[in-house]
Every structure is written in structure tokens, then in C-alpha cells.
Design a protein around this ligand. Structure first.
Ligand code: HEC
Ligand code: HEC
Ligand code: HEC
Ligand code: HEC
Ligand code: HEC
Length: 232
């Protein structure tokens, strides 16, 4: 997706807001509500060097997100897997599929054209450099991948499902109870709060709303809204 403006223009409003200080905060907030290009990146779906399907690997084979995105609960950054992770299986499975040629080029010294270079996945979700985001801080507090990335488990090709704008972040920081899940349900893409409640009557909770409030209290979650939370 080409940027409409050169990169430095992105930073300009932030610098101005920071210089003018707290009184500007309200204005900046209003500005970003209206000016944030919400629709700019939703639906962004580049083609990848290997037509990797989450639908096959997650929905059909049942692999957990953390099998490949292994840092997501221990680090701010969610990694994309290296060729080794794929090669563990694909040196045996579908070995001769032409779709896997770039994997052989990266991992298989016997392959004509082998160069040992990492596969160059095209990045889909990218916050501007002046935004601080942290994966572990969310998934370890009951925020699911599904809430922020959509039904990745069913995607043949990943696209951006949610705007990831400032207004979007703040909508949840103001009312996280609408989105929180029990920790063991964070990676469950079939999560249904009503079913969860009927299977866990000992909680003494009747509605998804009450469950959200209970989890908020239990995790002691108080997402911050101050500018410095996300803009260091
Ligand atoms: C077998 C390995 C594997 C598993 C399991 C897996 N992924 Fe991925 N994921 C990848 C690879 C490889 C990419 C990069 C290529 C692409 O975008 O399809 C990727 C890309 C992504 C992206 C886009 C990254 C970007 O560039 O912004 C998201 C979001 C994502 N995965 C979420 C998930 C979620 C959520 C799960 C669990 C439901 C999951 N993945 C399970 C291998 C995996
Ligand atoms: C746990 C084992 C496992 C891992 C890890 C794994 N795969 Fe697969 N993959 C499979 C299996 C099994 C199939 C075949 C599914 C089928 O035929 O229904 C498959 C199918 C595929 C296909 C379709 C091949 C074709 O010709 O239709 C591609 C492409 C692929 N995988 C790429 C990858 C990539 C890239 C990675 C690493 C990010 C990866 N896989 C990781 C097991 C795995
Ligand atoms: C609170 C929202 C949120 C949750 C929950 C979340 N993500 Fe993300 N994810 C983001 C944002 C925002 C980015 C862009 C971050 C950046 O640019 O630094 C991103 C980026 C990614 C990337 C691309 C990283 C890269 O360097 O290519 C992957 C992969 C990913 N997420 C996977 C996951 C998986 C897997 C889960 C669940 C275990 C998950 N995310 C949960 C918001 C979220
Ligand atoms: C669906 C809900 C949700 C969304 C969407 C969301 N957050 Fe959060 N965020 C939380 C919760 C819950 C916490 C944990 C608060 C706590 O521990 O008290 C949190 C914490 C944080 C923290 C503190 C992390 C730390 O290191 O302590 C940062 C920074 C943050 N979020 C940034 C973002 C940004 C940037 C976005 C948008 C790209 C975003 N969040 C979107 C719910 C959300
Ligand atoms: C929960 C995280 C979060 C908090 C808190 C936050 N921001 Fe942001 N802010 C973002 C994200 C994410 C973007 C990037 C939006 C995009 O790429 O569309 C952003 C972008 C901006 C921009 C660039 C203009 C724009 O709208 O794209 C300005 C200016 C800004 N923020 C100012 C502020 C000020 C002032 C505050 C304090 C009142 C604040 N932000 C609090 C997440 C946050």
C-alpha cells in the first residue's frame, strides 16, 4: 500500500502535539479521531513468496498460533517463523510441491538454486514508528489474537481485518471488559462466552458482560489512555 504522504509528514503532527503539550491533547485527540485514515489499511492483503495458508495449517491441521508465532506471549514483538519451522514438516510432507520452491531455496542445500537466505514475507500489520505496541502485554491479559486480527484461522491469505488506528486502540482501552477472555481462551478461535459460562457454573456469572467485568477485576486490568503509554 503506497503512503499518500512522505514519511516525515506522519511524524509532524505528533511532534507538534508533543511540543504544544497537554492543552493540545484534547485537540490532537479530536484531530486523530477524524483524521486517522481508518480505511487506509483495512483489507490490505499482499501476496506472499509462498502461498502459505492459515486455513490449512490452523483450521485443518490444528496447529496453535504459538507453534509459529512463538514469541507472542513472551515479547512485545510477535515474530513470523523462520524457514526451520516449516522445514521440520516439509522436508517430509508435500516435499515436491512447486509452491514450496522458495522454502527449498532457503533450507535445502541439495536444491538447485539453494542460497540459504531467509524467506522474505511481506509485512501486513505495521504501526507507525512513533507508536509503541506490545503483544505480550495484551495476550497475557485476556486479549485474543482474534479481537485484533480477525479470523486468521480461516484465512487462505492473511489480510488486515481491523483499523489499528488510535481511535480503535482507545475504544478498547476505555472499555476492555467488552473484549476480555479467560486466559485459556485467548488462542481459541471458536470461543463462545455463553458456552464458556454454561460449562463453568462455579463462576457464579450469568452474562458475558458480567464475565468481562469479573475478568477485568481478576486481572487487575487498567489500560492507560495517557499519550505516553503509546507514544514514548
Ligand atoms: C505453521 C505456521 C503458522 C501458524 C500455526 C500460524 N501462523 Fe500466522 N503466519 C505464519 C507465516 C509464515 C506468516 C507470514 C506469511 C503470511 O502472512 O501468510 C504469518 C502471518 C501472520 C499474520 C500477519 C503478519 C503481518 O505481516 O502483519 C498474523 C496476524 C498471523 N500470522 C496470525 C496468526 C494467528 C492468530 C495464528 C493462530 C490462529 C497463526 N498466525 C498461526 C505462520 C503461521
Ligand atoms: C506441523 C507440520 C507443518 C508445518 C510446521 C508446516 N506445514 Fe505446510 N503443510 C503441512 C501439511 C500436512 C500440508 C498438507 C495439507 C493438505 O494436503 O491438506 C501442508 C501444506 C502446505 C502447503 C500447500 C502445498 C500444496 O502444494 O498444496 C504450503 C504452501 C505449505 N504447507 C507451506 C508451509 C510453510 C511456508 C510453512 C512454515 C511457515 C509450513 N507450511 C509449516 C504441514 C506443515
Ligand atoms: C491488542 C491487539 C493485538 C493482539 C491481541 C494481537 N495483535 Fe498482533 N499485531 C497488532 C498490531 C497493532 C501489530 C502491528 C505492530 C507493530 O507494527 O509493531 C501486530 C502485528 C502482528 C504480527 C506481525 C509482526 C511482524 O513483525 O511481522 C504478527 C505475526 C502478529 N501480530 C500475530 C499475532 C498473534 C499470533 C496474536 C495472538 C497470539 C496477536 N498478534 C495478538 C495487534 C494485536
Ligand atoms: C481489545 C482491547 C485492546 C486493544 C484493541 C488495544 N489494547 Fe492496549 N491494552 C489492553 C489491555 C487489556 C492492556 C493491559 C492493561 C493492564 O495491564 O492494566 C493494554 C495495555 C497496553 C499497553 C501497556 C503495555 C505495557 O508495556 O505495559 C500499551 C502500550 C498498549 N496497550 C498499546 C496499545 C496500542 C498502541 C493499541 C492499538 C494499536 C492497543 N493497545 C489496542 C487492551 C487493548
Ligand atoms: C492506546 C494507544 C494510544 C494512546 C493512549 C494515544 N495514542 Fe496517539 N496514536 C496511536 C496510534 C496507534 C496511532 C497511529 C494511528 C494510525 O496509524 O492510523 C496514533 C497516532 C497519533 C497521532 C498522529 C496523527 C494521526 O491521527 O494519525 C497523533 C498526533 C497522536 N497519536 C497524538 C496522541 C496524543 C496527543 C495522545 C494523548 C492524548 C495520544 N496520541 C494517545 C495510539 C495511541
Amino acid at each position: 500500500m503506497p503512503n499518500l504522504f512522505p514519511r516525515w509528514t506522519n511524524l509532524l503532527p505528533l511532534k507538534i502535539a508533543v511540543c504544544v503539550g497537554a492543552t493540545a491533547a484534547g485537540i490532537a485527540l479530536a484531530f486523530s479521531y477524524y483524521a486517522t485514515p481508518k480505511a487506509l489499511t483495512v483489507g490490505y492483503q499482499p501476496s506472499q513468496p509462498i502461498p502459505f495458508s492459515h486455513k490449512i495449517h490452523v483450521d485443518q491441521l490444528g496447529l496453535d498460533c504459538r507453534y509459529c508465532h512463538s514469541f507472542v506471549e513472551v515479547s512485545g514483538h510477535s515474530n513470523v517463523p523462520t524457514g526451520n519451522t516449516c522445514w521440520n514438516c516439509h522436508q517430509h510432507v508435500q516435499r515436491d510441491s512447486p509452491k514450496l520452491a522458495p522454502l527449498h531455496r532457503s533450507m535445502d542445500p541439495a536444491f538447485p538454486g539453494y542460497d540459504g537466505r531467509p524467506i522474505e514475507w511481506v509485512r501486513i500489520h505495521k504501526s507507525p514508528d512513533y507508536v509503541y505496541f506490545n503483544h505480550a502485554a495484551h495476550v497475557n491479559r485476556g486479549v485474543s489474537c482474534q479481537t485484533c486480527h480477525g479470523d486468521v484461522n480461516r484465512m487462505e491469505v492473511v489480510w488486515q481485518d481491523q483499523p489499528h488506528s488510535m481511535a480503535w486502540c482507545l475504544d478498547c482501552h476505555r472499555a476492555p471488559e467488552k473484549f476480555l477472555r479467560p486466559l485459556e481462551e485467548v488462542y481459541n478461535f471458536g470461543y463462545d462466552p455463553l458456552q464458556y459460562l454454561s460449562e463453568n457454573p462455579q463462576l457464579g456469572v450469568k452474562t458475558p458482560e458480567e464475565l468481562g467485568l469479573k475478568l477485568k477485576e481478576q486481572f487487575d486490568v487498567k489500560p492507560k489512555e495517557s499519550c505516553a503509554t503509546c507514544h514514548h
